[in-house]
Write a new protein. Structure first.
Length: 211
């Protein structure tokens, strides 16, 4: 099974992708995770991508397609996979066609923009152990330091309110058209994101016929 997750930044598609991956026994390929690792390790790709990400802009297609092509050749992708964060444009979707990749289902998770700003602006992460928090929904013990290792929590550059609004603008302009692209192919499933994670998960599993 080959699945794509669509949804604005902060809609929760990454979380749902991981849950579906565990259920279906297939890997999640997150271009965002791969790019962040490249940035952290200061690889040539990471250096090229960093300036785009920090401005809330999309990384150019050719960079993303190169890393995706390499990842899909790995053995764990033989029985299917989930794409999270790719495609983000019609041209990227067409690139998948040129790679002779047939997608079975596309899950589109919808959350209103104002909810997304609230979610993302409150995210905090620990540079020490990697734990993640939210100032409202999942705060650390003192709200400043990691509960697990005690290091000070930080906010990602692309989670600042002004950057979030730019990311949403870019999403609606460049990525939202993919909804119609895949709807016209008859493989798009719409899932409305709920306040409770478990409720969104139940709707996602139902859309994919996973029990």
């Amino acid at each position: 099974m080959k699945i794509i997750f669509l949804g604005a930044p902060g809609a929760g598609k990454g979380t749902q992708a991981e849950l579906v991956a565990a259920k279906a026994g297939i890997p999640t390929i997150s271009t965002g995770v791969i790019l962040r690792e490249a940035i952290k390790n200061k690889t040539p790709l990471g250096v090229s991508a960093q300036s785009y990400i920090e401005k809330g802009q999309l990384v150019p297609d050719e960079l993303v397609i190169d890393i995706l092509t390499a990842r899909l050749k790995e053995s764990d992708c033989a029985n299917g996979y989930i794409l999270d964060g790719f495609p983000r444009t019609i041209s990227q979707a067409e690139a998948l066609d040129k790679m002779n990749i047939t997608i079975d289902k596309v899950v589109n998770i919808y959350v209103p923009d104002e909810k997304i700003v609230e979610r993302l602006a409150g995210r905090r992460s620990c540079g020490g152990c990697g734990a993640t928090y939210h100032v409202v929904f999942n705060p650390s013990a003192d709200g400043v330091h990691c509960t697990h290792c005690g290091k000070e929590l930080t906010q990602r550059a692309d989670d600042k309110p002004e950057t979030i609004k730019e990311r949403l603008r870019v999403y609606h302009e460049q990525t939202a058209p993919l909804e119609e692209f895949y709807r016209n192919r008859g493989i798009l499933c719409d899932v409305v994101g709920q306040e409770e994670l478990s409720e969104t998960t139940a709707l996602t599993m139902k859309a994919l016929d996973l029990k």
